[in-house]
Design a protein around this ligand. Structure first.
Ligand SMILES: C[S@@+](CC[C@H](N)C(=O)[O-])C[C@H]1O[C@@H](n2cnc3c(N)ncnc32)[C@H](O)[C@@H]1O
Length: 118
């Protein structure tokens, strides 16, 4: 089986519980420009596109610095909202979309269980 590259050691947490700490993610995203925790979109595109169409609203929870939303957008899935608790990840993603071609989807700095307020 072909597994993704493990995270670089200098961004790995000292303990598993650090994954619960928003500061851990901020520190990590300040050092790590891009990382896909699963495989990149090309590996499961055919599975996703069976279930959604351009009018589907998609919420990506814990988007990090994944390029999933950008890839979906290229496939004309444009009703996209990406949330993450890391302000660093969200700021970077917003900056990337401002300077890039994509401007009509949203990155929000949110804790996933608070999303119902919106
Ligand atoms: C394992 S990474 C996955 C990132 C991305 N989805 C990917 O596949 O590459 C988990 C992400 O979830 C975010 N996260 C963790 N807990 C969260 C929460 N309660 N609300 C929103 N985002 C959260 C982290 O900041 C991190 O970006």
């Amino acid at each position: 089986m072909d597994w993704p590259e493990p995270p670089k050691c200098d961004v790995a947490p000292a303990t598993v519980s650090e994954y619960l700490d928003p500061h851990y993610w901020d520190r990590r995203f300040a050092q790590e420009e891009h990382y896909e925790w699963f495989k990149d979109y090309s590996h499961f595109r055919h599975l996703i596109l069976q279930h959604i169409k351009p009018s589907t609203s998609v919420l990506e929870v814990g988007c990090g610095n994944s390029q999933l939303c950008e890839e979906l957008y290229k496939d004309e899935i444009t009703e996209l909202t990406c949330i993450d608790l890391s302000s660093v990840a969200v700021d970077q993603a917003r900056a990337a979309t401002r300077h890039g071609k994509i401007s009509s989807y949203y990155y929000l700095e949110l804790f996933m269980t608070y999303y119902y307020y919106f």
